[in-house]
Design a protein around this ligand. Structure first.
Ligand code: CUO
Length: 685
């Protein structure tokens, strides 16, 4: 935590209320060394607790030092990926946590802070001896990546005026990046949601595409890359329909004009620059940025794309030795996901390139493709900020459509494959305390975030920013399942939610609707003979992580203490969909959706492995740490394949172990406080 706060200060003694880090003199950067004593006195004396950093032999840092301290770090730029991967390797290789702390403290004074925090976070998540330490909220380390830049000058003003301990929360307006003249702005509240962007950053930390094998090579990572981003699109497209916008149009022609621009209004406090904007009506072009060690042409991108399409149609890919690898129904998507992204476990990065990653870079340098203006990447170049820009969804829609070329060619599931003999779902209901049955309530809530550890000065206490975000009343599913078998059975309950109508108000055909199925929850249930009434709370969702992973608990007007998350009720693992965004917004009239429940045969779903250790939140989006993905079925099952011949609608798709309930999402355009503390979450099995 100490290493990760106020990272803009280039000294080893970050202050905070009673916290300090004492480093050996030679850890100070050269230009501060003559003043080592004064610096130690300045910070050290006022501290109640000093952590002394052990002196170690510092390894060669010349590779990560190539990135200037005040440069924008982009994990999508191959040269920077390599520097970060080197640093991850060093951090993972440190013998003890004390050695790791020491190296991190040394690096903190010299390296690019964004790269440092990225590499340190990845290493800490993957080292046995640090992985249970909660990482500080990333939105508090780099609040400038999440919040309107104006908030920081307000924070400085307040800091210099108000006495110690007194503070007024700084309000951030809901929509600060555009006006209603821009249609895309209607869903800015969703794209710019802090929890949504935190999830995306964290997902890419848990599933980096570069780094040591132990960090990258995880069970079904390529498939999860496909599925998690596919789910982001189902959710975003539904949100668009709720706001009278058409579904995202894929960016499938790299040479066409991009009408929708994006002006993020974010600062980069440490780099001392604003994030570049992406004006309307620009066209992608060849990129050649010598300083980033990076060049790619449009035709190169197109040839990678064509090679991927060919692989999906022929179901064959080429490995580096020239042999062909068959893409089967189950493993094929995983191989394709890794090649499309691409990660270092791509089957052949020379041949299939890095289509998705370089697309991020091409888009994020559209304003300065040859670097003549010395401009950094725009928000699409950073996994922390990419989801803010409307183009993110157009790019990922294109990537998702490419995956569909493969997925849609697989034989559909037969009725027999979908059914669970003897099991029937006879009733599904949703209840929420303040709503009519089968109605969800959504509204706005304001929550606080402490900026103090992400500022470029040391505040004496918390500095709260107050943000407005979507929220909902908690609800409960009641599912009645009949087991006509002569014994107890075990089932996996799969819950999805999808829009009913398209942009024109016509019913969505099954093969469009299935692509918009939002995964809401998945859990295991024992089914005794006869009738079973299953109850499940929205707070137990296998997709979300708790509210506290994004926001601060504000207890009687005071934020919880800053230094540790131990005072908070949950162990945050960071990766996962923010709970406050579990539901689409809906509409004031009530947005009609279909709630789908399936009970599948656990014997066919089970993955035999040890119980999970640590994080088991948001399993559907993030998997389990050090374990296989805990569902043997294809991700997105039963909607990952085309519906069987003759099935036109969701009702025709159903087998007896499935049921659909018509539901409504009613949005009130008012600000309400958050409901009471979230109850303890039950384990997924
Ligand atoms: Cu998450 Cu494109 O992979 O941003």
């Amino acid at each position: 935590g100490l290493i990760m706060r106020n990272v803009g200060q280039p000294v080893c003694f970050p202050t905070g209320e009673g916290f300090s880090l004492g480093c050996p003199d030679n850890y100070l950067p050269e230009h501060y060394k003559p003043f080592a004593n004064q610096i130690a006195n300045r910070f050290g004396d006022s501290s109640e607790r000093v952590t002394t950093v052990k002196q170690i032999a510092i390894p060669d840092l010349s590779i990560p030092l190539q990135l200037p301290r005040r440069e924008t770090f982009s994990v999508f730029i191959p040269a920077q990926q390599k520097m970060a991967a080197y640093l991850i390797m060093l951090f993972i290789g440190m013998r003890t946590p004390e050695d790791l702390l020491s190296l991190a403290a040394y690096c903190r004074n010299r390296l690019n802070p964004q790269m440092l925090i990225y590499a340190l976070s990845v290493a800490m998540l993957h080292r046995q001896d640090t992985r249970d330490i909660d990482l500080p909220h990333f939105n508090e380390i780099f609040p400038d990546k999440f919040m309107d830049s104006r908030i920081f000058s307000q924070a400085r003003e307040q800091f210099s005026v108000l006495p110690n301990g007194v503070q007024i929360p700084l309000e951030i307006p809901l929509d600060f990046t555009g006006s209603d003249a821009e249609a895309e702005h209607r869903v800015a509240y969703w794209r710019e949601d802090i929890g949504v962007n935190l999830h995306h950053w964290h997902w890419h930390l848990v599933y980096p595409f570069e780094g040591p094998q132990v960090v990258v090579n995880k069970d079904r990572r390529g498939e999860l890359f496909y599925y998690m981003h596919h789910q982001l699109l189902s959710r975003f497209n539904t949100e668009r329909l709720c706001n009278n916008l058409a579904r995202s149009k894929p960016l499938d022609n790299l040479r066409e004009t991009i009408p929708e621009g994006y002006f993020p209004k974010l600062d980069q406090i440490i780099a001392g620059r604003a994030w570049p904007s992406r004006p309307s009506n620009m066209k992608l072009s060849n990129v050649n940025r010598t300083a980033d060690g990076f060049a790619v042409t449009l035709s190169q991108m197109e040839s990678w794309r064509d090679a991927l399409i060919k692989a999906m149609i022929s179901r064959r890919m080429r490995d580096p030795k020239g042999s062909e690898v068959y893409l089967d129904d189950t493993r094929g998507i995983d191989i394709l996901g890794n090649a499309m992204e691409a990660s270092i476990i791509s089957i052949n990065r020379d041949f299939y390139g890095s289509y998705h990653n370089l697309g991020h870079i091409m888009i994020s340098t559209v304003h300065d493709p040859d670097h003549r203006h010395l401009e950094s990447v725009s928000v699409m170049g950073d996994s922390t900020t990419a989801m803010r820009d409307p183009i993110f969804y157009r790019w990922h829609q294109h990537i998702d459509d490419l995956f569909s070329i493969f997925k849609d060619r697989i034989n559909p599931y037969s009725q027999q494959e979908l059914n669970y003999p003897g099991i029937s779902v006879t009733d599904v209901r949703v209840n929420s305390p303040n709503a009519s049955p089968n109605t969800f309530n959504t509204y706005w809530t304001k929550s606080d975030i402490d900026l103090s550890r992400g500022l470029d000065f040391s505040a004496r206490g918390p500095i709260l920013a107050r943000v407005q975000h979507l929220n909902h009343d908690e609800f409960k599913y009641t599912i009645v399942v009949n087991n006509a078998n002569n014994k107890e059975m075990v089932g996996t309950v799969r819950i999805f939610l999808a829009p009913k109508f398209n942009e024109q108000g016509r019913p969505l055909p099954i093969n469009e609707q299935r692509k918009m199925m939002i995964e809401m929850d998945k859990f295991f249930a024992r089914l005794k003979r006869g009738s079973n009434v299953l109850e499940r709370s929205s707070t137990e969702s296998s997709v979300t992580i708790p509210y506290e992973a994004t926001f601060r608990n504000v207890d009687k007007g005071r934020p919880s203490s800053d230094n540790t998350s131990a005072s908070l009720a949950f162990n945050f693992c960071g990766c996962g969909w923010p709970h406050h965004m579990l539901l689409p917004r809906g509409t004031p009239q009530g947005y009609p959706m279909e709630l789908f429940v399936m009970v599948s045969d656990f014997e066919l779903d089970r993955v035999d492995q040890k119980d999970p250790s640590g994080c088991s939140e948001s399993i559907s989006f993030c998997g389990l740490r050090d374990r296989k993905y805990p569902d043997a079925r294809a991700m997105g099952f039963p909607f990952d394949r085309t519906a069987r011949a003759g099935v036109k609608s969701l009702s025709e798709f159903l087998t007896p172990n499935m049921k659909v309930q018509q539901v409504n999402i009613r949005f009130s355009n008012v600000i309400k406080p958050r409901q009471q503390q979230r109850p303890n979450r039950s384990s997924p099995r």
